[in-house]
Design a protein around this ligand. Sequence first.
Ligand SMILES: Nc1ncnc2c1ncn2[C@@H]1O[C@H](COP(=O)(O)OP(=O)(O)O)[C@@H](O)[C@H]1O
Ligand SMILES: [Mg+2]
Length: 446
Amino acid sequence: MIGNVTLTNVGPLPDVEIEFGAGLNVITGDNGLGKSFLLDVVWYALTRRWPAELNRRMMSGYMARPGKASEPANIRFSLERADGRRAEYRADFRRELQSWTGRAGRPLNPGLVVYAHYDGSFSVWDPARNYWRQKGNADVQERQPAFVFAPNDVWDGLKVTGKEGGEQWLCNGLIRDWLDWQKDRDGAKFAILEKLLHHLSPKDMTLKAAAPQRISLDDARAYPTVALPYGDTPVIWCSAGMRRILALAYVLAWSVVEHQENSRLLGQAPARDLTFLFDEVEAHLHPQWQRRIMPGILAALEQIASFLQETERPTSRQKRHMQVIAVTHSALVMASLEECFASEANGKWLDVDLDGMGHVQVTQRDFSKHGDANGWYASEAFDLSSTYSLKAEEVMSEAAALLKKPEPAPEQVRAVYRRLLEVLSPLDSFLFRFRALCEKRSIGLS
Ligand SMILES: Nc1ncnc2c1ncn2[C@@H]1O[C@H](COP(=O)(O)OP(=O)(O)O)[C@@H](O)[C@H]1O
Ligand SMILES: [Mg+2]
């Protein structure tokens, strides 16, 4: 897992120092302040590769560039492990090479890393399949450096050009794997996928597998299908929100079952550490699902930890680090985290803001309860003055300013009242307060 990250002259974050917690970390902040960028940097620190370098179809996860091209830029960071090992690193941007270089030699193995990008792409780094190998005294990395899925690859499979120039499939993709796993009599892979889907969807809309279906005369393939209240629906027709959840559950399930199988093949114990980077947690999700997603993710990670645990000898079982770094713009997600933070001693909230000089700053804030989503909108996480329409907010502040005057002109008060009636619901509490104040000051409204 990642410990701390210090950036000098890197992208939009020229001077920040961040200490991540060992458990749940949540990042908030306005659009364009570098939250996704920060996740890319964390992925780089954990894996030494930029996602877009490994898959040309990626539209996110590009290599970070220095903020000022002519000045030195560096990324300093520490990696930590559940077994207590910790190591410090530094990567410098070499202008002549136009790339980041660090100290030679094998870095600390960070455990399994899964990154859900904001746009439906995913990156996975598996210590059993992507880690450096030792040949004599030298470290060689002749394996695939990481698995980077552009959105389509998650569904149709991920292939690369092999050494002999032919196609080499790295992952079969959700459509083929789902059908294979569902048919498998032992069913362990399908069972974990179903459990993850159960944790990630709301109770009355749980994504449950139905019998595979063919969808047209001209398509010979059967498609994985989910049972929805109004009928069985092939996954490729599911809504954007449901597909986000299906893809997330599949990539997590694929990552851990493949990791577990390959670790066994290598005669190694499965990783003790898992880091999950999750950008725009709420993307495409209805509020019902937004309230569910983070508690669901934490439950899903528990599920994964116990799945990995079951495959180990009892004598070698140890506690696992499950680190999550999630980015959100949703007040409902923040409100839902109140239940997670209550039981999460290692939780951290990092808030990204602009200071008065236009520089981006990352502040660690105490996670205190704000009650409901409106409480969160007014908090430092979102800095909203209200959750009304901009027009209503404008009229309300004019009305409040008018009534603050010692002797407001009654005609003006009546005019603003008429506009309030246009922009607010007749039951809005602001109207009641406005009328009460007018009555107290003997200003007739009709
Ligand atoms: N690869 C990169 N190298 C340098 N700067 C970048 C890179 N990618 C994005 N940026 C900078 O980061 C800003 C956007 O940051 P981003 O992380 O997408 O914002 P958000 O907080 O909304 O996720 C851009 O305006 C750009 O200045
Ligand atoms: Mg972003």
